[in-house]
Design a protein around this ligand. Structure first.
Ligand code: NDP
Length: 322
């Protein structure tokens, strides 16, 4: 139930590169942005190690440091950064209408414009044994949890860039990494494939999937299945890392914003406009193609500029009755 109502000009939901870049631009344009960070302040980059491909860092930068610096840059211009999760929304259909957002099921915010930068979350296989052992050796973040398996044998599922990057990260810490790729080839870039192929303690198993994670309280092994022959094989592992992609964090907007079949918010071509006036979407919540920190930051900038133009246009128009 709502306990307090606060009226603000610009609400930014999410605190990854998209949200903080939107905040930097919005604050400098005097849109008085309030950022609600979500469950994972700093977003996905806080769970990565070295970011080597963000322009301006010739030696690379570690993800958490980069996100702290982005927050500080946004705060330097007056952004109000708050810990909290948007739990419900009521978006107006009217140009100049007020959008209502509930934070942590308690506080209600009324905003003239909203920038959505809620990002995406890791997918799981959804096997009962995998779900049961989450936190007991099953993880979707090698960088967060790899340390616990120092000198041990682990496995990782996935054949994309994330899986390849995490496999090489784990190979530096663990005794052995078995990588399960469900096709006969990897989707990862050639450079990433080269990296995993060159590490002696990574064993790549193609056409292979998880049949069952073994262990009651903690992971003790993995039953793998070859999806061509049906042959099963058990290996002793203590950690299983899932790196099979992400789902956009857009559930609270369902039914109000136009989305594609996988939940990515649809924006107007060449802008960050959604189907609701004054509501803009940036970053991974609306991008299933590029999904890079730099593209997220780029769309965050676009969203702030779109919000600024929107607010300027309604200031000169007749106010909508509320
Ligand atoms: P991707 O969607 O690219 O890859 C997911 C992988 O998981 C694929 O190999 C897929 O197999 C596999 N997979 C999906 N579902 C299952 C399942 N149920 N069981 C087994 N395997 C499954 O996701 P990523 O997270 O790897 O990458 C996302 C984006 O981020 C990409 O654009 C990537 O290039 C980028 N990225 C870039 C990095 C960098 O440049 N440093 C680092 C990390 C990510 P299949 O191929 O059979 O569908």
């Amino acid at each position: 139930m709502s306990e307090q109502i606060e009226r603000i000009k610009t609400l930014i939901i999410g605190s990854g590169p998209a949200g903080y870049t939107a905040a930097i631009y919005a604050a400098r344009a005097d849109l008085k942005p309030v950022v609600y960070t979500g469950m994972e302040p700093g977003g996905q980059l806080t769970t990565t190690t070295e970011v080597d491909n963000f322009p301006g860092y010739p030696e690379g930068i570690d993800g958490p440091t980069m996100m702290v610096q982005l927050q500080q840059q946004a705060e330097r211009f007056g952004t109000d950064v708050r810990i909290g999760m948007a739990t419900a929304v009521a978006l107006s259909d009217e140009v100049g209408g007020i959008h209502r957002v509930t934070i942590d099921n308690a506080k209600e915010i009324e905003a003239e414009t909203i920038i959505i930068s809620t990002g995406a979350s890791a997918k799981y296989l959804n096997l009962p044994s995998e779900q049961r052992l989450r936190g007991g050796g099953v993880s979707a973040c090698a960088v967060c949890d790899g340390f616990f398996y120092k000198g041990q044998e682990v496995a990782i599922v996935g054949g994309g860039d994330t899986a390849a990057e995490e496999a090489s990260y784990l190979a530096n810490i663990c005794k052995k990494v078995t990588m399960l790729v469900r096709k006969d080839h990897m989707r990862a870039s050639k450079a990433m494939q080269h990296r995993v192929n060159n590490l002696d303690n990574i064993e790549i198993r193609y056409n292979t999937e998880v049949d069952e994670v073994l262990g009651e309280q903690v992971v003790e092994g993995l039953r793998m299945v070859n999806n061509q022959t049906g042959e099963k094989e058990d290996i002793p592992i203590t950690g299983l890392f899932i790196a099979i992609g992400h789902t956009p964090n857009t559930g609270i907007f369902k039914g109000q914003l136009d989305m594609d079949e996988t939940g990515y918010i649809i924006t107007e071509s060449g802008s960050t406009k959604t189907n609701k006036p004054g509501v803009f979407a940036s970053g991974d919540a609306q991008d299933k193609i590029y999904r890079q920190a730099v593209t997220a930051a780029g769309t965050g900038c676009m969203a702030a500029l779109d919000a600024e133009r929107y607010l300027a246009s309604i200031e000169t128009a007749t106010p909508v009755a509320q």
